[in-house]
Design a protein around this ligand. Structure first.
Ligand SMILES: [Zn+2]
Length: 386
């Protein structure tokens, strides 16, 4: 193969980047430049993955004394070996996945996206095209991972075996960093992990609010570390528990069918086998999935009955704004503000993140759409508010 054309293109890009003056770009130009360089990065990643696979097949890596192709690739490209292993995995999967292969080669997917899709699409090839479309729609990496987790869960044929695997692969490891910091990492089945997370979140919230009241402000991660220490040395200050959202009758059925829900908010679908264990000691609240089945409720007061809070929580596990996947400190918003006559009723409520709530309240961003299908748009692009 002759690299003349590719070398010519690289030489052109080299000159462009060398002489690139970002200070001369206006806002729109800066965005367009990033779009182009991102595409270039994606093309480079696709070419690297495809060529590295050939290095693997031809054993060319052995000449340098590398143990395997990933090891060789890590040194060659200056990335961590975990990243190089990921690239090799992606490259291996591409042969079976035509849509991912085509999008990756067209510079429309990053290697990280292609890897995420490949892992899920290998479990369920029928989901491949949809996952590629989701990634190209500008979904965040977290959003894509959530979707892929769903596809993988849907492809689990033996619910009990899935639950058992999650249990068997639990682990906790601690180590000491070079500067003597104590570090750790754990892996738990989702039912137990959700309980741990709920306790950690509650303690972190308490510490965060106490610190804020005292006028100090550190990263949430710092308070979460304090919370871990407090919980282990002193125990929880209040009882907490995990939340499970499951369709009625799923426990008797023993498994989840396509479209049925058996999931932990923020974590995704879990085996019904584990859900049954959670339900054995759980406080169950029935919430209709269809808003038409909710009780009639409309008031000008700001009172949310428990069923309404539960419904909003399951309806909006993440911020309701399209493309935002914040699942943290979500706030209930009246679509038509109370001051403008908006009522506290299901069709006028949604949950959005603190940041988007602020854009709506202080920067006049507009809500568009229909009840239970709202979105938020900048004031300039705004169709009429509802
Ligand atoms: Zn948001």
């Amino acid at each position: 193969m002759d690299f003349q054309e590719l070398d010519g293109a690289i030489a052109t890009i080299e000159v462009f980047v060398r002489d690139f003056e970002p200070g001369l770009l206006d806002a729109r130009g800066a965005v367009r430049a990033v779009e182009r360089f991102a595409k270039l990065t994606h093309l480079g990643e696709a070419g690297t993955a495809l060529a590295a696979q050939r290095v693997d097949k031809t054993h060319a890596y052995r000449e340098s004394g590398a143990r395997c192709a990933a090891d060789w690739l890590a040194r060659k490209t200056g990335v961590a070996s975990a990243s190089a292993f990921r690239v090799m995995e992606t490259a291996d999967a591409l042969g079976e996945l035509p849509a991912t292969n085509a999008a990756f080669r067209a510079g429309k997917l990053s290697e990280a996206q292609a890897h995420e899709i490949a892992g899920a699409a290998r479990k369920d090839p029928t989901a491949e095209a949809e996952l590629v479309a989701v990634a190209q729609r500008g979904t965040t990496m977290k959003g894509l991972k959530d979707r892929c987790r769903r596809v993988r869960a849907g492809a689990e044929v033996d619910d009990a075996a899935w639950a058992q695997r999650l249990h068997d692969t639990r682990s906790l490891r601690t180590w000491v960093d070079p500067d003597t910091a104590a570090c750790g990492m754990w892996r738990l089945s989702p039912d137990k992990g959700a309980e741990v997370n709920a306790a950690l979140d509650a303690e972190t919230d308490l510490l965060f609010r106490a610190a804020r009241a005292a006028g100090t402000r550190e990263a949430r991660e710092a308070y979460a570390a304090d919370a871990l220490h407090a919980l282990i040395t002193r125990g929880p200050r209040k009882a907490t528990g995990a939340t499970l959202i499951a369709d009625a009758g799923i426990a008797e059925q023993g498994y989840a069918q396509r479209g049925q829900r058996c999931e932990i908010p923020g974590m995704g679908p879990i085996p019904v086998t584990l859900a049954k264990q959670m339900l054995a000691t759980a406080k169950v609240r029935e919430v209709p999935a269809d808003p038409a089945q909710l009780p009639d409720y409309a008031t000008d007061r700001r009172y949310y009955p428990p069923w309404l809070l539960a419904w909003l929580e399951q309806q909006y596990p993440v911020c309701g704004v399209a493309g935002c996947d914040a699942d943290f400190h979500l706030e209930i918003d009246h679509v038509v503000a109370k001051a403008d006559g908006g009522l506290t009723e299901p069709s006028n409520l949604w949950r959005i993140c603190w940041y988007h709530h602020r854009l709506k309240t202080n920067e006049d961003w507009l809500v568009t759409g229909t009840p239970h299908n709202w979105d938020l748009v900048p004031p300039s692009s705004g169709p009429d508010p509802p």
